[in-house]
Design a protein around this ligand. Structure first.
Ligand code: PLP
Length: 430
C-alpha cells in the first residue's frame, strides 16, 4: 500500500495559502472521506508519478481533456515550437483559421466558430447568444448536468417541471435562478410539461447530448430528436454542451454520433489538447448576433491564443488517425467486461455505464438513466473503492458522479493491471 507522506505535507502547506488547498473543489477528497489529495509530480502517457514516488494508472485524464495521455510527444512538440514564436499575440493568426476550419469540418453544425478560454465561458456565451437571438430570457436544462460555474447554470431543479429553479450556490441571486427551469434527463413528459408551461419565455434548451456529469448516461431512443422538435416548435433554440463529449467517442461530436443537430454548440476540454480552451459556434444567422457583427458582446484577451490553437490542432491530428476510437472502444470493452466479472465474482452491488473509452461504476444494482438514480448510488461504497484504488496505484476522480476516461496511451497491460488492483480492493475492502 502506498504511503502519501509528502502529499500530506504539501497539502498542509497548500491549505495555508490556496483556499481549501485546491484550485477546483472537485480535486478535494471531501466526497470520499477527506484526507490530503495526492499531489502529482509528473505524467507520462497513461501514468502519473506522485511526489512520494508512487506510480498510478490514470483514468482521470484531467477530467477529460487528456485523451492522448500525458506529455504526448506530438502535443509537446507543437507547444514547444509555438512558444519559440510567442504564445500570445492579441492579433489574428493563421492558426486560428486553420483550427476553426478543422473543427467545422468535424462538426458541420458549427457554421461559425469563436474560441474562448474554458467550457464555462463557452456555455455562458451560447446562452447569451440564444437570449439575444430570441429576445427571450429563460433557459431549460436537465437535472444533474454540469455546465460550468456561471451563475445561470448553477441552479438546481424546482420541485416539478412547472417550477422554476433555486440557486445551487451561495452568491447566485434568486432572480437569476428564476430564469432557469430544470427537468430530469430522459423524461420527455416533464420536458413537455415545462415547455407548455413556460412556452414563449424559453430562449433555449441546454442539453448534454450524452451526459458526462453524473457518470456516462446516454439519451434514450428518440429523446434528443423529440427535444429538438418540441423546442423548435416552441421557437426556442437548442444548445448542445459538448464540452465533455466532443471528440470523446468519435472524431466529431456526440451530435455526429447520434445524428441530431443543435442550433448552437459549446466545446472545451479535448479540443485544447490539455491547454485552457473553450469554443462555441452554430448556425451562421444565430452567430451573427455576436459582436462585431451583432449586439451580443463576447471578448477575451486570451481567446484563440496561439498556444492553445497549436496544442488543439496537434491533439486533433492524433485523434484523426484511423483506428484511434476503435482501440479506445476495444480497451473500454475489455475494462468493462473485466469489471463486470469482478463485480459478479465478489457479489458487489454495482453497475457500469460505458460508451467507447468512457465509463462509470455506480454502486447500485439499477441501470442509471437519470440524475436521481446516480444520486441514489452508494457514496460510502464508492469512497471505499476510491481509497482502495488510490492506495494501490489507480487514479480516478474522487467523486461517484465522474467518469473514467481511457486515453490513446492506455494498453492491454494497463487494463490487466487495473483489474488485478480492483480485485484486490474488492477482496480486501468490501
Ligand atoms: N460543460 C460540461 C459538460 C463540463 O463537463 C464542464 C466541466 O467539467 C464545463 C461545461 C465547464 O468547463 P470548464 O471547467 O472548462 O470551465
Amino acid at each position: 500500500m502506498y504511503s502519501h507522506e509528502k502529499s500530506q505535507t504539501l497539502q498542509t502547506q497548500a491549505e495555508d495559502v490556496i483556499l481549501g488547498g485546491v484550485n477546483s473543489p472537485s480535486r478535494s477528497y471531501k466526497a470520499v472521506g477527506g484526507g490530503a489529495p495526492v499531489v502529482m509530480d509528473r505524467g507520462e502517457g497513461a501514468h502519473f508519478y506522485d511526489v512520494d514516488g508512487n506510480r498510478y494508472i490514470d483514468y482521470l485524464a484531467a477530467y477529460g481533456p487528456i485523451i492522448t495521455g500525458h506529455a504526448h510527444p506530438r502535443i509537446h512538440e507543437a507547444i514547444a515550437e509555438q512558444s519559440s514564436k510567442g504564445i500570445l499575440y492579441g492579433t489574428p493568426t493563421e492558426l486560428e483559421i486553420g483550427f476553426a476550419n478543422r473543427i467545422r469540418d468535424a462538426i458541420p453544425s458549427l457554421e461559425r466558430v469563436r474560441f474562448v478560454n474554458s467550457g464555462t465561458e463557452a456555455v455562458m456565451t451560447t446562452i447569451r447568444v440564444a437570449r439575444a437571438y430570441t429576445s427571450r430570457n429563460k433557459i431549460l436544462k436537465f437535472e444533474g448536468c454540469y455546465h460550468g460555474h456561471s451563475d445561470l447554470v448553477l441552479v438546481a431543479a424546482g420541485s416539478g417541471p412547472s417550477q422554476l429553479g433555486t440557486p445551487d450556490s451561495a452568491g447566485v441571486p434568486k432572480g437569476v435562478a428564476e430564469d432557469v427551469i430544470t427537468v430530469p434527463f430522459n423524461n420527455l413528459e416533464d420536458f413537455k410539461t415545462a415547455i407548455s408551461h413556460f412556452g414563449d419565455e424559453i430562449a433555449a434548451v441546454l442539453v448534454e447530448p450524452i451526459v458526462g456529469n453524473f457518470g456516462i448516461v446516454e439519451p434514450m431512443e428518440g429523446f434528443l430528436e423529440a427535444v429538438n422538435d418540441i423546442a423548435h416548435d416552441n421557437g426556442s433554440l437548442v444548445i448542445y454542451d459538448e464540452v465533455i463529449t466532443a471528440f470523446r467517442f468519435m472524431y466529431g461530436g456526440a451530435q455526429n454520433l447520434l445524428g441530431v443537430e443543435p442550433d448552437l454548440t459549446a466545446l472545451g476540454k479535448i479540443i485544447g489538447g490539455g491547454t485552457p480552451i473553450g469554443a462555441y459556434g452554430g448556425r451562421k444567422d444565430i452567430m451573427e448576433s455576436v459582436a462585431p457583427l451583432g449586439p451580443a458582446y463576447q471578448a477575451g484577451t486570451m481567446a484563440g491564443n496561439p498556444l492553445s490553437m497549436a496544442a488543439g490542432i496537434a491533439c486533433l491530428e492524433v485523434l484523426e488517425k484511423p483506428g484511434v476510437y476503435t482501440e479506445l472502444d476495444r480497451l473500454g470493452g475489455m475494462l468493462e467486461d473485466g469489471l463486470i466479472e469482478l463485480i459478479n465474482k465478489y457479489s458487489i452491488k454495482a453497475t457500469i455505464n460505458r460508451l467507447v473509452g468512457a465509463l462509470t461504476i455506480y454502486f447500485t444494482d439499477e441501470t442509471v438513466t437519470n440524475y436521481t438514480m446516480a444520486e441514489a448510488s452508494d457514496g460510502e461504497q464508492f469512497a471505499k473503492f476510491f481509497n482502495g484504488l488510490i492506495r494501490r496505484g489507480i487514479n480516478i476522480a474522487p467523486s461517484k458522479y465522474e467518469a473514467w476516461f481511457l486515453t490513446t496511451e492506455h494498453t492491454e497491460e494497463d487494463i490487466k493491471e487495473t483489474l488485478s488492483i480492483v480485485e484486490e480492493v474488492f477482496k480486501n475492502e468490501f
